[in-house]
Design a protein around this ligand. Structure first.
Ligand code: NAD
Length: 498
């Protein structure tokens, strides 16, 4: 069995009391790795190391070019080990090797982008202000926020670690990273790469442990300046409450129930496969998944028939096999949640067009068939709540305004798509969708240069792009007096009199 330790202050170490936990392979239901399991005391050690590295270490004082060099070293290390880590992540998370191999490639490319941004970041700029009450020069100085607690989910373990570490490091922060309890291994592999780089000790610390203990310690510690969280809206709400005690900066990347609208003039070959990719990629366990499909009454039957036909071609099975399109879900609990949602849809009047149950011939593993529900109303639970599994609900619209109204009738606003041969018409629809990202004739493609994040209860703040990087900075205003003359400073009269 593979073994992992915690990474604290530049050392791989056991947890207090030698505690460990097994990681279960979702495809076999067997333990495949043993990982040191941190509690509050280990978390406090990691936080103290990050604090010391920030306050006393060289990292935040280094030149932007030097920081970029180290980020590029880490990116190269990830590239070199990408196949190995992809296989590890597949065993840890159940994500197909097709998906995890892509994640490693994107992860390395994204780190390179953050390195590039580290060099380009305008850390000091002069701004023009009205010359009232007196002549002055004014500068904005951007600085690292300090120690960042980063808490991430299990669906894209390595990529989520990169999305969090990249901007934090590019701007000179130090970090305590807590991967999800079920999927710590690829982040701990990344810690090995980081350890082999020139990054000063204590700048990145990676701990494995529960949200209740380690996560809550991170959110309440007075030594932490910012919490960056990706996960469910429910936990995000709790994190915001916990962080309020010490007024930490908080960014939240939360859940979604994204709308995917096929207009009548869409290229259906592309829209059918794109909509299935939008929902069933990674078994529907992506926050931005297009889980609500809106089709016109006129095209409904044709589109559903074609969706069902294509869904039947998807191979479900061993995620390490490159031929598998669908692997297992993360856990037995998640599988039961998903099956429970399918039942609730049927109880409310939906029909199962395809899938709907555990696949035959796979007695082991947390698999659920890719499922399409029709006769769904946007008010049903399956259309309002995030299922986080391979369940696509199809909803009929009367006209475009009706589709937009229903698309926006959600507490979430993370992703979405519009399919049409007329890209201008699609753009008009996209502009009316209250959501952070809209794809036109595509899905899931995120650009590292464009901000990603949610409207409404899908989150606060952005990742990626300059907006995402600036989330890791404080901005300081420096006012330099140009009057140089006590007598001319009439505003001191407010204290001393005329
Ligand atoms: P989760 O909210 O259950 O857990 C996420 C992380 O929070 C884990 O590391 C967990 O240990 C930790 N945590 C749990 N309770 C905590 C607490 N009380 N205090 C501090 N930390 C705590 O989410 P998950 O099930 O791992 O991931 C799925 C969710 O993540 C979905 O809702 C999905 O939409 C969301 N997600 C969002 C994005 C995005 O960018 N918006 C990306 C990926 C996933």
């Amino acid at each position: 069995m593979q073994e992992y330790k915690l990474y604290i202050d530049g050392k791989f170490c056991d947890a207090e009391g030698g505690k460990t936990a097994d990681s279960i392979n979702p495809a076999t239901e067997e333990p495949w790795a043993k990982i040191a399991r941190a509690g509050r005391v280990d978390t406090q050690r990691a936080i103290a190391a990050a604090r010391k590295a920030f306050d006393e270490g060289p990292w935040r004082r280094m030149s932007q070019a030097d920081r970029a060099k180290i980020l590029n070293q880490i990116a190269a290390g990830l590239e070199a080990k990408s196949q190995e880590i992809a296989a590890i992540e597949t065993q840890d998370s159940g994500g197909t090797i097709r998906k995890t191999a892509g994640d490693m490639m994107f992860g390395a490319a994204q780190l390179k982008y953050f390195a590039e941004m580290a060099e380009k970041l305008p850390l000091m700029e002069e701004i023009q202000v009205p010359q009232f009450p007196a002549q002055s020069k004014n500068y904005l100085q951007r600085e690292a926020i300090g120690v960042c607690g980063q808490i991430i989910p299990w669906n894209f373990p390595l990529m989520m670690a990169v999305w969090k570490l990249g901007p934090a490091l590019a701007t000179g922060n130090t970090v305590v990273l807590k991967p999800a309890t079920d999927t710590p291994c690829s982040a701990l592999e990344l810690a090995k790469i980081i350890d082999a780089s020139d990054l000063p000790k204590g700048v990145v610390n990676v701990i494995h442990g529960s949200g209740a203990e380690c996560g809550e310690e991170i959110c309440t510690s007075p030594l932490i300046d910012k919490v960056a969280f990706t996960g469910s809206t429910e936990v995000g709400r709790r994190i915001q409450q916990l962080a309020a005690g010490t007024i930490k900066k908080v960014t939240l990347e939360l859940g979604g129930k994204s709308a995917n609208i096929i207009l009548d003039d869409a290229d259906l070959d592309m829209a059918i496969d794109g909509s299935l990719f939008g929902c069933f990629f990674h078994q529907g366990q992506a926050c931005e998944s297009g889980t609500r499909l809106f089709v016109s009454e006129a095209k409904h039957d044709e589109i559903v028939a074609r969706l069902v036909e294509r869904t039947k071609t998807l191979t479900i099975g061993d995620p390490l096999d490159f031929n598998s399109a669908q692997g297992p879900l993360i856990s037995a609990r998640q599988r039961e949640t998903v099956l429970g949602y399918i039942k609730s849809g049927v109880d409310e009047g939906a029909k199962v067009a395809v899938g709907g149950k555990r696949p035959e011939g796979l007695p082991k593993g947390y698999y659920v068939e890719p499922t399409i529900l029709t006769d769904v109303k946007n008010s049903m639970k399956v259309a309002q709540e995030e299922i986080f599994g391979p369940v696509l609900v199809v909803i009929k619209y009367k006209n475009i305004d009706d589709a937009i109204r229903m698309a926006n009738d959600s507490i979430y606003g993370l992703g979405g798509a519009v399919w049409s041969k007329d890209k201008e018409k699609a753009t008009v629809v996209a502009k009316q969708m209250r959501t952070g990202t809209v794809w036109i004739n595509d899905y899931h493609l995120l650009s590292v240069a464009a901000p990603f994040g949610g409207y409404k209860q899908s989150g606060i703040g952005r990742e990626f792009g300059m907006e995402g990087i600036l989330e890791y900075t404080e901005v300081k205003h420096i006012h330099v007096d140009q009057v140089d003359n006590r007598a001319a400073k009439f505003w001191y009269g407010a204290l001393f009199g005329a």
